[in-house]
Design a protein around this ligand. Structure first.
Ligand code: CA
Length: 241
């Protein structure tokens, strides 16, 4: 058994794209750090969940690589705590291969996940891809575009192939929430809250009716949707285009 890494590497540099690794296997941190640094990233690391969260609050990195199973505070709780405050991209790293654990991680707002064992090259590629996605959403924050769909967040209008589509406020909010984070899985409760401002247990299924209506308006073939995908047993996500 390797000893849990104590303390954090907390020197930080505002001018570089910074990745925070919260991981208790020090050998793994060493390898990831070296690949990420070669890739031009500044790297912070922490071996405990609670200290990692504290460092995240202080350093506000551009992305977090987050192990699921951590001393101090579980990775899922760290992800929840970060998501309550910010949209910092999170990549979950897990040795628990069960599909449901992966989905729970994503449902919490993680942007991607990687299962152990992994190649460090793959991790660097995923970090770049997730950052690209996050940045492209920020740059066009007032207009979200996906294939022939255009969602104007200021004007509250949606166009497909240039043609205006008439959506209810609930449908618009649902679409906006999903489309702002392509690939991220949202639970029905999360969508209910986003669409209506409040969410009550037991009403999750009302989302299905809204999604059905939304698909009939924006999808070419609502029975084979290309924008809003169903994630069985969890909820919905917007397709990565
Ligand atoms: Ca671990």
């Amino acid at each position: 058994m390797k000893e849990a890494r104590k303390g954090c590497e907390s020197y930080y540099n505002q001018n570089m794209t910074t990745v925070l690794i919260i991981e208790d296997e020090s050998e793994l941190v060493k390898v990831l750090r070296s690949y990420l640094e070669q890739g031009g990233f500044h790297v912070l690391s922490c071996g405990r969940g609670d200290e990692g969260l504290a460092l995240w609050e202080k350093a506000r990195p551009d992305l977090v690589l987050l192990d699921l199973n951590l001393p101090g505070m579980d990775g899922l709780d760290v992800a929840r705590a970060i998501r309550r405050q910010s949209d910092t991209p999170i990549i979950m790293v897990t040795a628990r291969v069960e599909e449901i654990d992966r989905l729970i991680g994503l449902e919490l707002g993680a942007d991607d996940y990687i299962t152990k064992p992994f190649s460090p090259r793959e991790v660097v590629a995923r970090v770049r891809a997730v950052l690209r996605r996050a940045q492209s959403v920020q740059v066009v924050a007032h207009v979200l575009r996906a294939a022939d769909l255009e969602i104007d967040l200021d004007a509250y209008t949606v166009r497909r192939g240039g043609t205006l589509i008439d959506l209810t406020p609930t449908e618009f909010n649902l679409l906006k929430t999903l489309a702002a984070h392509p690939g991220r899985v949202f639970s029905r409760m999360q969508l209910l809250e986003a669409a209506q401002g409040v969410a009550y247990e037991g009403y999750e299924r009302t989302i299905d009716a809204h999604i059905k209506n939304l698909r009939s308006k924006i999808e070419e073939d609502p029975r084979h949707p290309s924008y809003i995908e169903t994630v069985f047993g969890v909820g919905y996500r917007f397709a990565k285009t």
